[in-house]
Each structure stands twice: as C-alpha cells, then as structure tokens.
Design a binder for this molecule. Structure first.
Ligand code: HEM
Ligand code: HEM
Length: 235
C-alpha cells in the first residue's frame, strides 16, 4: 500500500494559495444557514406542534410566522445560488463549472483515487487537489440538481398561496407532479438529503483536513489553503 506521511518533527515550509474568493465563502455560509432555517421551519410545517394558550389562534399567529420565515428564507436560498452561478463564470479557476462535471480522464482517475482513499480505505495517499477534489465537485453538482428540485417543488406549492409573479412561474409543477400531496411529500423527503449530505460533508472536510494538512476546514472561512514547498516523506 502506498504511503505518504509528513514528518512533522522537521520544520515545514508552506506557501499559501487563495482558493475560495469571498463571494464563494459568502455563498457557502448563507447557503448553510438558509438550509438550516428551511429545514427547521419546514419540519414544523410538516409536523406542527400545538401551543396551548388562552388567546385566539389568529392573535398568536405563530404558525403564520414560521411559514413566513420559511418563505423569506426560500427567496434568500434561491438568489444566493444565482450569485454563485454567476461566480461560476467569472470566479477563479478553482470555482468555475469545469470543476463540477468530470469530463477528463484525469478527473475520473481522481474520483477513483478519492473513493479508494475515503470509502474503500485501500489507499493511504491523499490526492492533494488544491480546489475541490473531483469527487467532491461531482457530488456538489448532484447537490445542485437536488437544490433545483427543492426550489421547483417549494415554489410550486407556494404559487397556490401568493400573488408573487416569481412563484407564479412554478404554477405548473403541482399539476405536473400529480397534485399537492405528492409534491409536499417530495419536498419533505428532500430535506433529509441536505441533512445526510451535511453529516457526510463535514466528516469528509475534517478527514481531508487531517490527511492533506492543507487547512481544508479553515479555507471556507479565510479562503486560503497552505501547500508544502517540498514533500517531506518519511516512508
Ligand atoms: C433546503 C430547502 C428546503 C427545505 C429543507 C424545505 C423543507 C420543507 C419541509 C420539510 C416542509 C413540510 C412538508 C410537509 O411535510 O408537508 C416544507 C413545506 C413547504 N415549503 Fe419548503 N423547504 C425548502 C425549500 C423551500 C423553497 C425554496 C420554497 C419556495 C417557496 C419552499 C416552500 C414551501 C411551501 C410552500 C411549503 C408548504 C407550506 C404549507 O403547506 O403551509 N420550501 N418545506
Ligand atoms: C447543509 C450544509 C452544507 C452544504 C449544503 C454545503 C455545501 C457546500 C458546497 C456546495 C461546497 C462547494 C463550494 C463552492 O464551490 O461553491 C462546499 C464546500 C465546503 N464546505 Fe460545505 N456545505 C454545508 C455545510 C458545511 C459545514 C457545516 C462546514 C464546516 C465544517 C463546511 C465546510 C466546507 C468546506 C471546508 C468546503 C471546501 C471543501 C472542498 O474543497 O470541497 N460545509 N460546501
């Protein structure tokens, strides 16, 4: 089995690479917080709790507030991604669209290498990609399709309860997918995708931080990754 282990007992020289520009980092964290808010408010919409109170339900209006937060966040969620799509055209080489769709032999080889390392655990040599590794990029592309599905089903449902022209663009979704019940069920199930994705995603980001030692986790805060000037391999 191939091994690349850094000898940490020797001083190591690093150089820094600015990988994630601020619009990408901003997108990432707005996206994260939007999904958290949508998941919590959405869960309560699907499983409402009753709050006993002497005042009239219409005076409390707590459920209306929950739905309001869900809908406002839905708009933020959508327009935040529009900015990221724009940045896919104008951003640096690490964030452009070709990082997400594996079209070259090199990308497919990297996908295999990452699978061997992260999932099958039959390889102990990190791939050291500076931006996303090819497998991560491909999973984010699949995540984008799921995002579209949430937006279409969400705005499809919303179009029946608002005069908003934007929601009106999705009025065809509910009839096309077999009615309100089916669409709500799909919309609900998609929530679990994000939650499972997040657990695996954070685990893998931490794992790559450990095996690559380039500062993967902090890179989504500051933008920088740190690469070794020369490889220090001990065995
Ligand atoms: C990460 C994205 C999202 C998540 C996790 C999410 C989650 C949920 C969940 C779990 C429900 C309850 C479904 C049920 O069991 O009945 C729900 C309802 C709903 N969501 Fe979302 N949602 C998301 C995005 C959106 C978007 C972009 C819109 C667009 C407006 C939207 C609009 C709605 C509407 C209209 C309902 C039904 C509300 C009602 O019947 O009172 N959601 N959402
Ligand atoms: C629902 C939660 C999350 C979603 C949907 C999500 C989604 C994404 C996406 C789409 C990217 C690619 C960024 C781009 O090119 O625009 C990314 C990268 C990244 N995320 Fe998240 N993220 C989530 C939560 C988190 C959390 C909680 C952390 C904190 C540890 C985190 C750390 C990172 C890191 C370090 C990267 C860069 C890793 C790489 O090179 O692939 N993410 N995330």
């Amino acid at each position: 089995m191939e091994k690349t282990i850094v000898n940490h007992s020797q001083p190591t020289e690093y150089y820094e690479v600015y990988v994630w520009e601020w619009p990408v980092r901003l997108f990432h964290w707005v996206n994260f917080f939007s999904i958290m808010i949508l998941a919590v408010t959405g869960y309560f919409i699907g499983n409402p709790i009753s709050i006993a109170s002497i005042s009239e339900a219409s005076a409390q209006y707590w459920f209306g507030k929950i739905r309001f937060v869900h809908f406002v966040t839905a708009y933020i969620f959508v327009f935040n991604s529009v900015i990221r799509i724009y940045w896919g055209f104008v951003g640096n080489k690490y964030v452009r669209f070709n990082n997400f769709i594996p079209t070259s032999r090199k990308q497919w080889d990297e996908i295999l290498d990452v699978l061997k390392m992260d999932v099958l655990q039959i390889r102990e040599k990190a791939t050291h990609s500076v931006g996303h590794n090819a497998l991560a990029g491909f999973i984010y592309a699949i995540g984008f399709v799921i995002f579209l599905f949430s937006v279409f089903t969400g705005f499809g449902l919303y179009s029946a309860m608002t005069d908003s022209w934007f929601a009106g663009l999705f009025a065809w979704v509910v009839p096309a997918m077999g009615g309100d019940h089916a669409v709500r069920l799909w919309h609900h199930m998609l929530m679990w995708f994000y939650l499972v994705f997040m657990i695996v995603h954070v685990y893998l980001a931490a794992y790559h931080d450990y095996v690559e030692a380039t500062g993967t986790i902090s890179s989504m805060f500051g933008g920088w990754k740190f690469l070794r000037k020369k490889k220090q391999i001990t065995r």
